[in-house]
Design a protein around this ligand. Sequence first.
Ligand code: A3P
Length: 316
Amino acid sequence: QDALYEKIIVEYEHLIKTLPEGKGWLFEHICNYNGFWLGPIMLKNVLLLQSYFKSQPSDVFLASFVKSGTTWLKALMFSTINRHRYTISDHHLLHHAPQTTFPNIEVSFDHTTDLTHLPAPRLFHTHLPRTLLPPSMTSCKFVYICRDPKDVLISKWYFMNKIKSKDLAPLSMDEAFELFCQGVSEYGPLWDQALQYWRASLDSPNKVLFLKYEELKKQPEVELRKLAAFIGHPFTVEEEEKGVVEGIVKLCSFENLSNLEVNKAGSNDYKVAEVDNSLFFRKGEIGDWKNYLSEEMKERIDRITNEKLKGSGLIL
Ligand code: A3P
């Protein structure tokens, strides 16, 4: 096992010196690995995941591009799967940040991580594109959430500038815009990642559920029912009558979560940075990009989106 680890580290050190390098939003440099931009820690952990992560058929993954609604969906998935463990008035989420309810694999996993004690179904989160995941993982269920790239850009720019080291200069909006359009940001390009999960959802609808932030905002109960049925925990008639769906939606709403003490004042260590929980809750709106992007910038992103997604059936 040590020999395998040593081999991976040698490979990592070789890759980090030879892969194309770009400017990171959080890290000083990111590198392009098989078409996607990753920070150094992510690259190393991707290589470790490929060899060490042992998925179980009952595992459920939440996959997302950064700033697309991960926090929200984590809260919804966790409370749906665990709805018999907690009452709404005494809920785990009232005292714990949604981000901590289940781990992100490329940040928290390495060759020493033991995940066998976690009860089934194990829940995991990833920002990785499908093509960088270990092949065995792709037979598990995935819930993917995507969002209007323009809102993702603003949300990501705000968040990364907040959490990046004070030793590094903040990224200007203009620079962030240019890099984003070129796909250069941690886990980018957004469009290529979304397309991979979109195509997988068309090929295997019982394995990949493709959700949109905007739909979740417009009709949360409808989307939550879809989610529950997909992960094998559909709401029963009795639960519907008792208002369980509405209860979970309300518990996980931006208004409720963002006003909880734990999310206003707490923080957590995510290995790459210590992050205030409040940073995961900014505005939670559709279309805030209008306050930041010019008409010309809007058109450029929309043009890229249309070109990238042309013929796929996916509309963002
Ligand atoms: P904004 O920056 O546009 O407000 P992620 O969780 O993937 O990091 O995404 C963060 C974005 O989701 C932020 O968007 C945040 O405000 C929003 N968000 C967080 N919790 C939410 C919730 N419960 N409902 C709706 N939006 C939420």
